[in-house]
Design a protein. Structure first.
Length: 372
């Protein structure tokens, strides 16, 4: 007799696959404390934070070929004028456009050796230092920028980002106050202030701050999502409105659809949840968590185990190391009396968790007992 309940996944709508860079992934790995059950408010703060903190490369109308030609041209100019910091700076920007951050960083090291007091150069050097995981160097340069030019609010904003990244919320809020004193309608600053307040567990103040951002810009997607997450965590149906607002801004937002799907799933409106997970898969056939939760609904609530197995199998095809999917599929096989398949899945789940998955171990022990 199967005793354990399967686990549904709540983390899938935090994946901003198309919008965050590899650098942002590094930030996420730095901030997230992984647990077997992904916490909604923590991951959403990180995902939205990643959209801000040094995440977006400078906009450029140049295509790849034009950028390559520009790099070649600048390299030729540097060969004949090797002490010109502007040439290295321009080439660093060109490398930046191509996400060649190592080369951009080394060009900026050269720039700083030639001109260490140009604040425009210093800002790019700080950005690239952060990307190279030289957090202290990045912060020190920004502090120097502020010393040279106290009115440089971009530097204050980036210092706020770094302070949040290093878990110093009070200092981050101090820098953000400086930015907001200059421009009380700075939506990015309001968003980051909200993140800080959430990290300080001042949820009410965070909600007020995110709502301020929306008052300034009703189409501010990230703030709508943050409010959706908070309302969801509070079991407040207002989350539906905020997720729908986010979808009106970004109609193909997987994370907004996932938030709605979770709400409907948790509140027994399975048809709506199934439709939303299906919509997510149509947008992104690699969304393993949508497959998983389709399996979970058919497994735990509808008791249609053959259908659940199909969805769990799709999740495993996307991620062959998805231990929870193996375990839940094993439960379905056990319910259907397919003992060999159930044993195989429990064994695989246990292997993927390095023999540290008690429910899978119990499942194997249960199936290994002689029939009475």
């Amino acid at each position: 007799m199967v005793k354990e309940r399967g686990c549904r996944i709540s983390g899938g709508f935090f994946h901003f696959v198309e919008t965050i860079t590899d650098f942002c992934h590094t930030i996420i790995q730095k901030i997230i404390k992984h647990t077997s059950s992904i916490m909604i408010k923590q991951l959403f703060a990180v995902a939205a934070f990643a959209l801000l903190i040094y995440a977006c490369k400078p906009k450029s109308t140049e295509n790849t070929a034009e950028t390559k030609d520009k790099i070649t041209l600048l390299t030729d100019k540097i060969a004949s004028d090797s002490m010109n910091p502007k040439l290295y700076f321009d080439r660093a920007n060109a490398y930046y456009q191509k996400s060649m951050f190592d080369k951009a960083y080394f060009d900026m090291v050269k720039v700083m050796s030639l001109d260490s007091l140009n604040t425009e150069y210093m800002m790019l050097y700080s950005d690239l230092s952060f990307r190279m995981n030289k957090v202290k160097a990045s912060r020190d340069v920004l502090l120097k920028v502020r010393e040279l030019n106290p009115g440089n609010y971009d530097a204050a904003f980036k210092l706020a980002e770094i302070s949040l990244y290093t878990n110093n919320q009070d200092l981050s809020l101090k820098y953000l106050d400086t930015v907001l004193q200059k421009d009380a309608k700075n939506t990015k600053a309001l968003l980051m202030k909200g993140f800080n307040l959430k990290e300080k567990h001042d949820t009410a103040a965070a909600v007020n701050t995110f709502r301020q951002a929306i008052e300034v810009d009703p189409k501010f997607y990230e703030a709508q999502m943050q409010l959706g997450i908070i309302m969801y965590a509070q079991n407040n149906k207002l989350c539906v409105d905020y997720f729908n607002n986010a979808l009106s801004i970004k109609p193909n937002s997987e994370e907004a659809m996932y938030g709605l799907a979770l709400w409907y799933q948790d509140h027994s409106d399975y048809n709506k949840a199934i439709q939303l997970y299906t919509d997510i898969i149509q947008i992104n056939p690699k969304n393993k968590d949508a497959y998983f939760n389709l399996g979970y609904i058919h497994h735990e609530y509808l008791k249609v185990y053959h259908e659940a197995i199909k969805h769990y199998t799709k999740a495993i095809e996307v991620d062959p190391n998805f231990s929870q999917a193996y375990y839940n599929r094993g439960m379905c096989y056990e319910y259907l009396g397919n003992v060999p398949a159930a044993k195989d899945d429990y064994s695989k789940a246990l292997e993927l968790r390095h023999n540290d998955y008690p429910p899978a171990k119990e499942g194997l022990e249960r199936l290994s007992r002689p029939l009475k």
